[in-house]
Ligand binder design. Structure first.
Ligand SMILES: CC(C)(COP(=O)(O)OP(=O)(O)OC[C@H]1O[C@@H](n2cnc3c(N)ncnc32)[C@H](O)[C@@H]1OP(=O)(O)O)[C@@H](O)C(=O)NCCC(=O)NCCSC(=O)C[C@](C)(O)C(=O)O
Ligand SMILES: [Mg+2]
Length: 356
């Protein structure tokens, strides 16, 4: 067991000191691209400033024969691109049991460690996986002479990872957040779906048989599709909140179904997630819309704040009781609105106009 006193000590001589608090930077959409795909890679420099996070993916969805090309392609893009303040650069390395991950980490940290904000680690099973990456990153950061630590993001995509999610979140001060990996998690749990995220028409609740009708069992009865991911996302959100790190919905594979994508993203937003992945340019605007509070919510939060004075007691507003706890929810919305509008003049204008 590591002593609490040592938790914030660097894990290698010469490595930068770990962060005490994970920086809360906008990350409404983590935009995935394959650096070995020349057409896709060519678009990346022009996307800087239009997305919160650009993520060079080296793992699944990159062909085995392209793993090295993807790694070197990411190095080239990172060296040639100024990401500015508005866009972060992340990567997803190959899984820890793969033949590629050691070279992924060694090459990326030593070549472009100063440009990389976060390394996403797939298929994390428990805190031991984070401990391994934590020490290795410290050694590589020291070798590269980095002055700020690279943060780590875990993907929740195994049943064991799910069972250990609290320990994973608390395994290192580098832990920045967790994303749901619904496709691998479904396979590992032996769920009987064949999709990348989203719902399923077979997972439903049916209205009771109507009374006083012949053959009531077979009568027309409304069905309500249920959310397959509710338990998983809610547990992930609690684990992240408990450790002061950020939860994210992951990918929505039905690129053409922009309506259901928006619904899935919004469920995650309402439950506490700060962002989702965009796999295709069409999903960027959806994530931006969903993970930025609406102007109406911001205006309402301001009214509650004004009505609540010193923040204690209870008041009536539009027929509803507001008190210390509803004010706290409103302050979450206002803090997010302030954070996002600081880097986005359009949002700043939207929130300002509503306030009038
Ligand atoms: C879905 C695909 C195949 C459709 O690709 P496409 O070329 O067929 O689509 P398109 O509509 O024809 O593309 C239009 C234009 O957009 C470009 N484009 C297309 N996508 C992007 C992009 N992401 N970034 C930048 N540009 C992009 C594309 O190159 C094209 O350019 P063009 O107009 O010049 O011809 C493609 O979008 C893609 O490969 N996206 C990334 C997929 C990916 O990263 N998957 C892995 C993450 S999900 C996952 O791993 C699961 C998880 C968590 O592990 C677990 O649940 O277990
Ligand atoms: Mg996966």
């Amino acid at each position: 067991m590591r002593s609490a006193k040592d938790f914030f000590a660097p894990l290698a001589v010469g490595a930068p000191a770990p962060v005490r608090e994970v920086p809360a930077r906008p990350s409404r959409m983590i935009h995935f691209f394959d650096p070995s795909n020349e057409k896709m890679a060519a678009k990346i420099p022009s996307m800087v400033g239009t997305v919160d996070v650009l993520l060079g993916n080296l793992e699944d969805a990159v062909k085995a024969e392209n793993k090295e090309k993807a790694r070197l392609g990411l190095v080239e893009i990172a060296k040639a691109t100024d990401f500015g303040d508005a866009t972060q650069l992340w990567t997803r390395v190959n899984s820890l049991d793969s033949p590629w991950v050691l070279d992924d980490l060694t090459t990326l940290v030593t070549e472009i460690g100063d440009k990389l904000d976060v390394i996403m680690v797939p298929k994390v099973q428990g805190p031991e996986d984070i401990n391994y990456v934590d020490r290795l990153l410290a050694q590589l950061e020291a070798r590269a002479g980095l002055t700020r630590p690279i943060l780590v993001h875990a993907i929740l995509e195994t049943a064991r990872g799910m069972a250990n999610v609290e320990e994973i979140c608390g395994a290192s001060p580098r832990m920045q957040g967790i994303s749901l990996g619904p496709a691998d998690l479904a396979a590992d749990r032996r769920m009987k779906t064949t999709r990348v995220g989203g719902g399923h028409p077979g997972y439903l609740v049916r209205q009771d048989p109507p009374a006083g009708v012949e053959d009531a069992i077979n009568a027309d009865r409304a069905v309500f599709q249920q959310d397959l991911w509710h338990y998983t996302i809610a547990r992930m959100v609690d684990a992240c909140a408990m450790h002061g790190i950020f939860p994210y919905y992951g990918p929505f594979g039905d690129i053409k179904d922009v309506v259901a994508c928006e619904d899935q993203f919004r469920n995650a937003f309402l439950l506490g997630c700060v962002g989702a992945w965009s796999l295709h340019p069409a999903q960027i605007a959806i994530a931006k819309k969903v993970f930025s509070p609406s102007a109406a919510d911001v205006a309402h939060a301001r009214r509650v704040k004004a009505a609540m004075g010193d923040g204690t007691g209870a008041v009536m507003l539009d027929g509803k009781m507001e008190d210390d706890a509803s004010l706290k929810q409103c302050l979450v919305i206002l803090a997010l609105a302030d954070q996002l509008s600081a880097g986005d003049p359009e949002l700043a204008e939207l929130y300002k106009e509503e306030a009038k």
